[in-house]
Design a protein around this ligand. Structure first.
Ligand code: MN
Length: 338
């Protein structure tokens, strides 16, 4: 298990013991780990008689709406005043699954100006220094949910872990590792899963709820994208999928419906790098996502050409212009990238 300095764990224990009202905030476009870590930790705090409110910057995808507590979160894009007041009123603001407050969109200022204690629990690289008085950052962790469980054990708080919270934590570990197909070789992960199973989770049911929960439109759009819109660049061991706004509309696009498309070409033997370009549904710009297996540095490709960033095997960026221009630009980048 990851170990954090004993003094930090003690300070966290004291913050929890001495305070009543906790606000938990995650990053924009919340994924399974952002939702799982905030909802799981909030439930655990409530089991100890604390008040805990989860603030999400914007809507979570449909396939996470069944998570215990998801319906009670405060949507900052819909209720900005309520969200900001929650953060301002909190004794402790828990910053979950992001490394800098700008990842929370409009909640950045409320978080920075919060009078309460700020604590960061996260697994992204390079946490912003100094914005939290306590930082539990571990970039080698599979997920923030893994860190939440690790901290609960360090605080000897397992007795307060409900089945609902265990479900949330498992969900985040599962989604951030592609159902334990990447970034998941550390034995601790499976120790934690065994503990969560002891708490009564049905991991097969959680898998089905998340991954077998497509709309008809999403599955058909996936088929269309693979059949009609995927190009291979064999000499570069690369692939590109593109989608226009009109194409997405044809398949009744809902937010999150193209999630995971970029990973699909990596199932082809010899494809080591996959790119997905799509028109934004609101703004006039192109979304770029990159994934790789092995050593191809998606983050360097994204920072060099696409004004973005990320990890070695997963990164993203943006392009201003038409989709056709973005495709030509991609071909040029791919040709010259070393
Ligand atoms: Mn995460």
């Amino acid at each position: 298990m990851f170990s954090f300095p004993e003094s930090d764990v003690q300070r966290l224990a004291a913050l929890i013991a001495e305070n009543e009202f906790f606000a938990l905030v995650c990053h924009t476009s919340p994924d399974g780990d952002a939702m799982g870590s905030t909802l799981g930790l909030a439930d655990w705090l409530r089991q100890q008689g604390k008040t805990a409110v989860v603030v999400v910057p914007d809507m979570y995808p449909d396939f996470l709406s069944w998570l215990p507590g998801a319906q009670e979160t405060v949507r900052a894009d819909k209720y900005p005043d309520k969200a900001a007041l929650t953060i301002a009123a909190a004794d402790v603001v828990l910053c979950m699954d992001f490394n800098t407050p700008s990842r929370t969109n409009d909640m950045e200022q409320p978080i920075r100006q919060a009078k309460g204690h700020r604590v960061l629990i996260d697994h992204h690289l390079d946490p912003e220094a100094g914005f939290c008085e306590l930082t539990f950052s571990q970039p080698d962790a599979s997920s923030t949910c893994e860190l939440v469980y690790t901290l609960i054990e360090a605080l000897h708080g397992e007795a307060h872990l409900s089945k609902q919270a265990a479900v949330c934590l498992y969900c985040g570990m599962m989604t951030d590792t592609g159902a334990f197909t990447f970034n998941s070789n550390r034995p601790d992960i499976f120790y934690i899963i065994s503990r969560l199973l002891e708490h009564g989770i049905d991991k097969d049911d959680i898998y089905r709820r998340v991954f077998y929960n497509y709309s008809e439109g999403r599955l058909r759009m996936m088929g269309y994208a693979l059949y009609e819109k995927m190009r291979l660049f064999p000499e570069k061991k690369a692939s590109l999928i593109t989608l226009t706004r009109a194409e997405m509309k044809r398949f009744h696009f809902n937010k999150g419906d193209t999630e995971g498309f970029v990973n699909l070409p990596l199932q082809i033997r010899n494809v080591r790098f996959s790119a997905f370009l799509r028109e934004d549904t609101e703004k006039d710009e192109i979304h770029a996502s990159f994934r790789s297996v092995g050593t191809f540095p998606c983050n360097r490709f994204a920072t060099t050409y696409w004004g973005g960033g990320g990890h070695l095997n997963a990164a993203g960026g943006r392009f201003t212009g038409t989709l056709d221009e973005a495709i030509l630009y991609f071909e040029k980048c791919l040709a010259e990238f070393k």
